[in-house]
Design a binder for this molecule. Structure first.
Ligand code: CA
Length: 230
């Protein structure tokens, strides 16, 4: 059974999350402090972490940093009352996979949990294995391989340097090849906060990715959005 660790010092929110996620079929463990979270994450098999930043004993970002320093690549969704861009950026750069602010809608959180837990595409040997990718952490479509553990990208076996944001954008598209994502969806999934809807940041990053991974891989669907060519 898929195991989700909730790190949250407010019992009311933890209980709400536990009920909702258990109802959705997940095994849920609650840690009320950062220290407890680190002990549980080390001792148990955790498939995903939902992490509050404002904990009583330590900052959630410290918990995140210690998990990542210990080599844990488990997906982490930050769920916090902090809404500043600085906190969002600090979380994502600290290795969080997604960021949601409170108050939140449970349906949206559940959708993001499912997205993060989605089974990866068949990891294939090829270039990635030669580069020492860990099995099961590789998202591979055609010649493009993303190693989710080491955050490295390969095209035809050659490593391509991607920024954290470029990697996240490629990962989002490649997890659902063929599916059309609107600009707003990509903003929400990759940037994770309310970006200025008039901003062209998505287009800018897509052009970076096309240059680095191959222009033909990402298709623009007029009036609807973008998709990874399957
Ligand atoms: Ca809190």
């Amino acid at each position: 059974m898929t195991h989700i660790l909730i790190v949250e010092d407010e019992e009311r929110i933890a209980s709400f999350l536990t009920k909702g996620l258990s109802g959705a079929g997940y095994h849920v463990t609650w840690a009320a402090s950062g220290a407890e979270a680190l002990a549980l994450a080390r001792a148990e098999t955790v498939d995903l972490v939902i992490l509050d930043l404002g904990l009583a004993d330590m900052d959630g970002l410290t918990v995140l940093g210690r998990l990542r320093d210990a080599g844990r690549t488990v997906p982490v969704i930050v769920l916090t009352a902090r809404t500043s861009v600085t906190d969002t950026v600090a979380s994502l750069e600290g290795g969080a996979d997604d960021y949601m602010t409170k108050p939140f809608r449970f349906a949206e959180l559940l959708a993001r949990v499912k997205l993060r837990l989605r089974p990866l595409g068949a990891a294939d040997g090829g270039g990635c294995q030669r580069m020492g990718c860990a099995p099961g952490t590789v998202l591979a479509i055609g010649p493009v391989h993303l190693d989710l553990a080491t955050r490295r990208a390969l095209v035809d076996g050659t490593e391509v340097s991607l920024s954290a944001r470029e990697f996240a954008l490629a990962e989002t598209l490649m997890r659902r090849p063929g599916q059309i994502f609107s600009r707003e969806q990509l903003l929400s999934l990759v940037w994770g906060y309310d970006h200025d809807p008039g901003s062209n940041v998505v287009d800018v990053y897509l052009s970076y990715l096309r240059k680095k991974l191959g222009a033909e891989r990402i298709e623009t669907v007029r009036g609807l959005g973008f998709r990874w060519r399957s």
